[in-house]
Design a protein around this ligand. Structure first.
Ligand SMILES: [Zn+2]
Length: 278
């Protein structure tokens, strides 16, 4: 599933590809992708004639800002966007097509069919689901070590599932949570509220550094994920713990372990990330 760095990469790519394009027509080939409005004819009709001004990101969601509308899109497992010329061969998994008046088309393709789109009037989207209860943006100035400490205070939840909960900090998924915890030397099952001040600062900094480095690398392409231009990100070559079960830890040489934490496959080094306070 694309996480913050991958969605950020898609956002930046889309801004270079579709900025200023005017939607002439919308074709919805798989109605379940569209959640709001619940009538796909109305969805398509509302978008006709509107121009894409910019694309922004909130957590793992893309926000297409048009003149007078906001389209909120979540890629989920394998959703992706691509720009094509009218008449290019159509993939059977291209479910929503935005036809522009310059003869190009933005196609949303999703093999797993879990992606979603919600259409709002400006100002409505941040106040309603799916965006309204989202937590802090980890690459914004609001995400300070102090703010992070306040989120963790008194929580008995294990640190990994807390970090995956988008109501606290947004954009972190299974890959970058394992990388951040490893970089900070914190066991994924530690109770969130049990971290020392020093560990909180270390984890805060490792989250910011990990996500920043991944954004700069264009994200990861661990499975079939590619960005909006069809190019793979390169951060998968820099992963230090994720996907390295039974391989030696780059820091200490111990065998990387994999367990299940909060229902998610979890990679950690038993020496660098001890389960107890260090
Ligand atoms: Zn280690």
């Amino acid at each position: 599933m694309p996480e913050l760095p991958e969605v950020e990469t898609v956002k930046r790519t889309l801004n270079t590809l579709i900025h200023g394009k005017r939607i002439q027509k919308v074709t919805v080939r798989l109605p379940r992708i569209i959640r709001r409005p619940d009538d796909i004819t109305i969805f398509a009709h509302m978008l006709e004639g509107h121009t894409i001004q910019t694309v922004e990101r909130r957590g793992k969601f893309l926000r297409f800002l048009l003149d007078g509308l906001v389209l909120v899109s979540h890629l989920r497992m394998e959703g992706r966007y691509g720009l094509y010329a009218e008449g290019d061969p159509l993939d059977k998994h291209s479910h929503v097509i935005f036809h522009f008046d310059d003869g190009t088309e933005l196609r949303y393709t999703d093999v797993r069919q879990f992606g979603t789109m919600d259409l709002f009037l400006p100002g409505e989207d941040l106040l309603q689901q799916p965006l309204k209860n989202l937590g802090l943006e980890p690459l914004s100035p609001d995400f300070t070590a102090e703010a992070f400490k306040a989120l963790l205070a008194g929580k008995n939840t294990k640190i990994k599932p807390l970090l995956l909960n988008q109501a606290y900090v947004v954009g972190i998924g299974n890959i970058y949570v394992d990388e951040s915890l490893h970089a900070a030397g914190i066991h994924p099952e530690r109770a969130a509220g049990s971290l020392t001040d020093e560990q909180i600062v270390r984890l805060h900094d490792s989250i910011v550094d990990t996500l920043t480095n991944a954004v700069n690398a264009g994200g990861s392409s661990v499975k079939s994920y590619v960005n909006g231009q069809g190019e793979s990100g390169s951060y998968q070559h820099k992963l230090r713990i994720y996907g390295r079960k039974d391989e030696p830890c780059y820091t200490c040489g111990s065998k990387v372990e994999k367990s299940v934490v909060g229902g998610r496959g979890t990679h950690f080094c038993p020496s660098c990330q001890p389960p107890l306070l260090t």
